[in-house]
Design a protein around this ligand. Sequence first.
Ligand code: IPE
Ligand code: IPE
Ligand code: MG
Length: 262
Amino acid sequence: MSEKNHTASVKTADANLQSLPTHIAVIMDGNGRWAKHHGLPRIAGHRRGLESVRTMVKACADYEIPYLTLFAFSSENWKRPPAEVGLLMDLFANALEQKARRLHENNVCLRIVGDTTRFSSKIRMLIQRAETLTRENNGLRLTIAANYGGRWDVTQACKQIIQEVAAGRMAAEDADENSIARRLATAYLPEPDLFIRTGGEQRVSNFLLWQLAYTELYFTDTLWPAFDRTEFEQALASFSERERRFGKTGDQIVKQHRIRNA
Ligand code: IPE
Ligand code: IPE
Ligand code: MG
């Protein structure tokens, strides 16, 4: 995790941002309620939510934010009515099939994190195809968390360590925070600087439990399908005003700033 925010001076409609996040992680919540408010079936909200994904990807690319991670389906979402789960799987498959080329054309590198073994063979094939197609791209690093759970992630990392110790490839006393961090599904990403949750709930819902240790949290009542570029810029403006101390005092941070800018 870097203490230094990705700095850039970006002009927005109402803010001159001095500090931008390097990695943004989002819980895209509120699709169902959005649909209900519009007298539509829940799946219409999920479909509309895909439009917001497009807006967000474009905005991150425009602001040159290197990493975006979106929570699309949690390990707990299987508990929903089977019909909704089925429709969500269909939507996921269609999105992978239809959007991969567009992402590729926009130089986006796509990765899916989560326990993909529970998905159908078709979805697993589409994931592999989309990841392979976009692997070499050096634009936005877009990660979709699907059948992801923070507890699953830490558990699978610990399991790997246990197996390596049992096989004699690692000494038990060498296990430390880094050994876990290196084995998380998101090990190729820096820890998120900004976490956004739409939809009014102020909870983490088993998203990136380990990785969010020092992330700035931003909650908005706006439902995900209504989360537009202006809303995104408001989140960036809020982030830009935060003082990230990482356990230090405010005075230490001010001093660091002065030295860096001298
Ligand atoms: C988020 O929207 C999408 C998923 C969890 C798949 P919801 O479906 O949770 O929408 P609400 O919270 O019921 O409004
Ligand atoms: C979190 O939203 C998961 C995703 C957005 C994918 P939920 O709507 O499932 O969260 P809870 O159940 O309200 O905590
Ligand atoms: Mg929800």
